[in-house]
Design a protein around this ligand. Structure first.
Ligand SMILES: [Fe+2]
Ligand SMILES: [Fe+2]
Length: 205
């Protein structure tokens, strides 16, 4: 795999966060979300000094939860309350750890509040706060549409290709799922590729 292509100002954050990344059988999540965050910043002219650190750090809070809690959301017997509780917990833990990392690398304090605010409700906020919030959270959702993310979710959720494909397709048109049309376009393109990946075994189209 090629090294992650990020600006020098974000390298220390990436390196410090690395031991806390991808804790839910989702190897590549942090990297793919960060790459899409960079791409959306350039397409949509969002402030990368906010979006990129938020993307790098958004899910490090999972590392502070027990293994049982980390995998609650994939359990077929989960209740909405159980899922909500762990999502809140990983956000709260993420904010604490992100603040420590940003302070340790001496990141400009003017951006801290916005970065931490995005992380604090990146999975549970109903609406979008800003272009930066939209860019980070769209990048997070785009992970599900990539081959790596799609395959990881199929494994964790134990559902069929057809079921999950349709679910992702429906999400694209859902209000308040994606913020930017550019993210919707990327998601559509990725889904076409997923269809290609499985063209020999699907008949859903
Ligand atoms: Fe998250
Ligand atoms: Fe995430």
């Amino acid at each position: 795999m090629l090294p992650l292509d990020i600006k020098e100002e974000f390298v220390k954050i990436w390196d410090m966060a690395l031991p806390y990344q991808d804790k839910r059988d989702d190897k590549g999540h942090a990297r793919i979300v960060t790459e899409y965050a960079i791409k959306l910043c350039s397409i949509e002219n969002a402030e990368d000094k906010i979006v990129v650190p938020a993307a790098i750090l958004h899910d490090i809070g999972w590392s502070q939860l027990s293994k049982k809690d980390r995998f609650v959301i994939f359990r077929p017997d989960k209740t909405p309350e159980m899922e909500y509780a762990v999502r809140i917990k990983h956000q709260d833990e993420g904010v604490k750890l992100a603040e420590k990392i940003l302070n340790k690398v001496g990141y400009p304090s003017i951006f801290l509040k916005s970065i931490l605010e995005i992380i604090s409700q990146h999975d549970t906020r109903k609406n979008f706060l800003s272009n930066e919030d939209g860019a980070m959270r769209d990048a997070d959702k785009l992970w599900r549409y990539t081959k790596v993310g799609f395959d990881a979710d199929l494994r964790s959720r134990e559902c069929s290709f057809e079921f999950y494909y349709k679910r992702l397709e429906d999400f694209i048109g859902k209000e308040n799922f994606f913020y930017f049309d550019s993210a919707r376009d990327i998601a559509m393109k990725e889904l076409m590729d997923r269809k290609e990946d499985c063209s020999d075994r699907i008949d859903i189209m």
